[in-house]
Design a protein around this ligand. Sequence first.
Ligand code: HEM
Ligand code: HEM
Length: 165
Amino acid sequence: MQVWDPVVRLLHWALAGLVFFDLVYDDGGYRHRIVGYAAAVVVLLRLSWATIKRSHSLKPSIVETRVYLRQLIAGKPPRSKGHDPLGLWMVWLLWVLVLLLGITGWMSRLDMFWGDERVEGMHTFLANMLMASVAVHVLAVCAMSLIWKENLPSAMITGRKRDHS
Ligand code: HEM
Ligand code: HEM
């Protein structure tokens, strides 16, 4: 069955590529800044797409997350068609971090904050948080792929997951 439409898939891999680029080429130079802004634009496009096409709910729920965590601890997390309730928090964390990096990166270039170490420190801190979050995200994707015996990265490429549970 189709779970991720082409726009979601395209924006996911675009975001992953842009974020990866900026984490590696972190000199704050022209390329870094353009790529960083592009990553923020990709997040905004994804959020706009979610308001146009409401295929999966992107609203995190504490109640559902609690239930899901209990099932996960018991070793029986139910398979999800879209994002699982826990994964949805991570999705938002990744989006918010990219947007905040765009804002602090922009701020660090303003005359007002020129040479202000607090803004640079914030940008560095957010970048470190993003790096750690991406690592957790990829590990969680691999873990859930093993638990559900379903290749989730491939679903993010083809858009399809198997019908039966
Ligand atoms: C996904 C978005 C971004 C990521 C992951 C990212 C990541 C990073 C990292 C890891 C550093 C090195 C920090 C250090 O060595 O202390 C850095 C520095 C820098 N970034 Fe970004 N960045 C992003 C977006 C932007 C944007 C949009 C701008 C826009 C102007 C920007 C401007 C800078 C500047 C000027 C520096 C060097 C000064 C500093 O350390 O603050 N970045 N960035
Ligand atoms: C810098 C790197 C990455 C970032 C910033 C990132 C970010 C995201 C975001 C924001 C989503 C939510 C997608 C949406 O609803 O639009 C997502 C989902 C997903 N990502 Fe990544 N991602 C990265 C790397 C990867 C890599 C390397 C893989 C493959 C191993 C991967 C596999 C997936 C999968 C399978 C999903 C769907 C998860 C689910 O089934 O709930 N991502 N990612």
